[in-house]
Design a protein around this ligand. Structure first.
Ligand SMILES: *Cc1c(COP(=O)(O)O)cnc(C)c1O
Length: 319
């Protein structure tokens, strides 16, 4: 089970008109400093505030009419859940989000506001995942997984068709849907372009898995890059092999480096979450040295405003 450049081109025509084509903006300050042009791919300006709408929309539009009629389900409370709820509503499909009792009321309300049916069960994300499995088995709902799914990867990969053929592309890396999709698209257009995955030092499951040569679990730790937390799934089928085969490098960033990235982008008028600042974190820290133009993927802008203000004022802790 893999994803080809043709799958990504098909995804691009499927989702056109349903997702925004985000701007590619030159970062003048960083370009001057590095002596090479640095471009920002502004997915923090995507509808729902993150690129995940691309994969969710492509996955839902790929379902057959019988499945569409029964509806979709997910357990994510983050950017993926938001994307699934938004895409489902826009396409007239019913969406269910399974949550644990620990999810705060404001988050539950935000998901309801997107038109999704909310089911609250159990005291952990694991129990919410079990509720998803039940909804799939007993009610015929279709799960839209956050990354390990060919149509989700193909949807995220459409970004790779919109960024030209730079020397290097810097991609935030968690489950690897974004990085795998972009790598498939970009390497087909420009085999010499380097695709580098970026993640936090602590709790980076894909980095640990690539090192081990197989999917492994790592303990989850609080990070400014909260969207990069979580495992890759021990039964990973799609994103682990693609990341292993296509990523040129994976670079780990400290919290202080990620905070610097958030501040640099904040001063340029881009409010981004920690995950989206990892490319800048790597460039500013000298951990990536472009030999030509660079593109960083600003993957999302859904940061708590109070946290953003604290980081802008100099903090580098998540909590
Ligand atoms: C999900 C997410 C990522 C990581 O994407 P994967 O496909 O899981 O690697 C990066 N940034 C943001 C803002 C995200 O929501």
């Amino acid at each position: 089970m893999t994803v080809t450049p043709d799958d990504i081109r098909a995804a691009a025509s499927r989702i056109a008109g349903h997702v925004a084509r985000t701007p590619l903006i030159r970062d003048d300050a960083l370009s001057d400093r590095l002596g090479h042009p640095v471009w920002l791919k502004c997915e923090h300006r995507q509808t729902t505030g993150a690129f995940k709408l691309r994969g969710a929309t492509n996955a839902i539009l790929s379902l057959d009419p019988a499945r569409l009629a029964r509806g979709v389900v997910t357990a994510s409370t983050g950017n993926h859940g938001r994307a699934v709820a938004h895409a489902a509503r826009a396409l007239g499909v019913s969406a269910t989000v399974c949550l644990s009792r620990l999810v705060p009321d404001n988050k539950v309300q935000a998901i309801r506001d997107l038109g999704a049916a909310v089911r609250i069960t159990g005291d952990s994300q694991d129990e919410a995942m079990i509720a998803v499995a039940c909804a799939v088995a007993e009610e015929g709902l279709t799960e839209i997984p956050p990354f390990d799914h060919p149509e989700v990867v193909a949807g995220q990969g459409t970004i790779g068709l919109e960024i030209g053929t730079p020397d290097v592309v810097l991609v935030p890396l968690s489950g690897g849907g974004l990085a795998a999709g972009i790598a498939v698209a970009v390497k087909a257009l420009s085999p010499a372009t380097r695709v580098i995955g970026l993640t936090m030092e602590n709790g980076a499951a894909m980095a640990a898995s690539l090192k081990a040569g197989r999917p492994v679990e790592v303990p989850e730790v609080a990070s400014l890059a909260d969207s990069l937390g979580g495992g890759i799934g021990l039964a990973n089928r799609v994103t682990f092999p693609l990341c292993r085969d296509l990523l040129d490098e994976v670079i780990l960033l400290t919290e202080a480096e990620i905070a610097e990235g958030i501040r640099h982008l904040g001063h340029a008028g881009h409010v981004v979450e920690g995950a989206a600042a990892t490319g800048h974190a790597a460039l500013l820290a000298g951990k990536v040295r472009p030999q030509g133009s660079a593109v960083t993927i600003l993957s999302g802008g859904n940061i708590d405003p109070a946290l953003h203000a604290r980081v802008m004022a100099g903090a580098s802790e998540a909590a």
